[in-house]
Design a protein around this ligand. Structure first.
Ligand code: NAP
Length: 335
């Protein structure tokens, strides 16, 4: 039986080495060298070529090497009879926590304004706001956002989270061991013992209330039919005047012209955009040169083959033993 690696962007050799370490007995193959198609049990995929996932009669699962599955669900040839599993691992989680903390602190401490002042050789002090007065709203309050919330709370920020279903926070349940390679259960919480708690908002009916108290809005939701264009003229107007937007979810969450208009009007004081409707971001995009925008090339959290291979191997073992994988995607929900 074999594992088939299919990616239009990832270097398979890095992954071959990691799989040789974590699952030495497996036949690791790289698309298009499929070997006998009936022997392929697992597809390891990240942005696979369109149509490449079909025609494997004995698939046990499709294991995505990233958290977002929107790209896979857009492929009409995605096999729907095998479980689709997203990546939930320490490398990706730690990367996103670092990114969110950095972006929030950047705007919170006015580093974007100091940078502009440096260019003008201007030496003056911007009055500092206490962390306790800067409200952080996490739009999408799943695995990655919850991990970021814990660290934001530790810095003293008031944190709220908005999700489809209401979250019970804080809770002792699901606290994890953070040793390298430690298992992280999808959706589990990792609150410090003294976490003061997150204000939990849920559903479309509570979105406006959530937005109205988000001085820095951090988007960490998946791109689905329901979240398409969620950040638009109407919802941006619900934010406090001069709020900041951080988008590390997907470009499809935003109506980009509306984000630009909000930046022009001062409704948004700044934005950190890591994801876009068209990637790579076209050279003509005004985001590249906007003085109040920071662009990063979809690198908020990248998959690290070391920790990811441990997680993928663990899911392979779980599925072979009849256990549910960690990070099972609900195809109907789209994430
Ligand atoms: P997750 O655990 O599945 O969390 C998704 C969250 O979004 C959940 O809280 C979910 O609500 C919420 N949500 C989904 N649809 C919603 C809706 N219609 N209304 C309100 N809330 C909704 O996923 P994750 O692992 O945290 O990852 C989140 C996303 O981050 C990924 O899907 C991917 O797009 C993005 N990402 C980006 C990068 C990057 O480098 N930029 C890296 C990794 C991931 P429930 O909790 O109620 O289900």
């Amino acid at each position: 039986m074999s594992l088939l690696f299919i990616s239009s962007v990832e270097d398979p050799e890095r992954w071959r080495d990691e799989f040789a370490r974590v699952l030495p007995a497996e036949d690791f193959r790289v698309w298009p060298d499929t070997g006998p198609r009936e022997a392929v049990e697992f597809l390891l995929v990240w942005r696979p070529e369109r149509g490449s996932m079909k025609g494997f009669p004995n698939l046990k699962a499709i294991l995505n090497m990233g958290a977002g599955v929107d790209y896979l669900l857009a492929d009409p040839d995605l096999p729907r009879d095998a479980p689709l599993v997203r990546l939930v691992d320490k490398g990706l989680t730690d990367g996103m926590v670092e990114f969110v903390l950095h972006a929030v602190l950047h705007f919170h401490r006015d580093f974007h304004r100091y940078r502009a002042m440096q260019a003008r050789k201007e030496w003056s002090e911007i009055p500092q706001v206490e962390a306790g007065r800067r409200r952080i709203g996490l739009l999408g309050f799943g695995h990655l956002a919850q991990a970021a919330a814990r660290h934001l709370l530790a810095l003293g920020f008031p944190v709220s989270g908005w999700s489809r279903t209401r979250k019970k926070v804080p809770g002792g349940e699901g606290r994890q061991n953070q040793e390298p390679g430690a298992k992280i259960a999808a959706g589990s919480l990792n609150w410090g013992a003294s976490a003061p708690g997150v204000q939990a908002f849920a559903g479309a009916g509570e979105m406006d209330a959530f937005l109205s108290q988000s001085d820095i809005l951090v988007c960490l939701a998946p791109h689905t039919k329901e979240t398409e264009g969620l950040i638009n003229k109407r919802t941006l107007a619900r934010l406090p005047k001069g709020a900041y937007l951080v988008n590390a979810g997907r470009g499809g969450l935003t109506v980009e012209e509306d984000v630009l208009a909000a930046l022009e009007s001062g409704q948004l004081a700044g934005a950190w955009l890591d994801v876009f409707r068209t990637e790579p971001l076209p050279a003509a995009s005004p985001f590249w040169t906007h003085p109040n925008v920071i662009v990063t090339p979809h690198t908020a959290a990248v998959t690290l083959p070391g920790p990811a291979a441990l997680e993928l191997a663990d899911n392979i073992r779980r599925i072979r033993s009849g256990l549910p994988p960690n990070g099972l995607v609900d195809l109907g929900r789209g994430y």
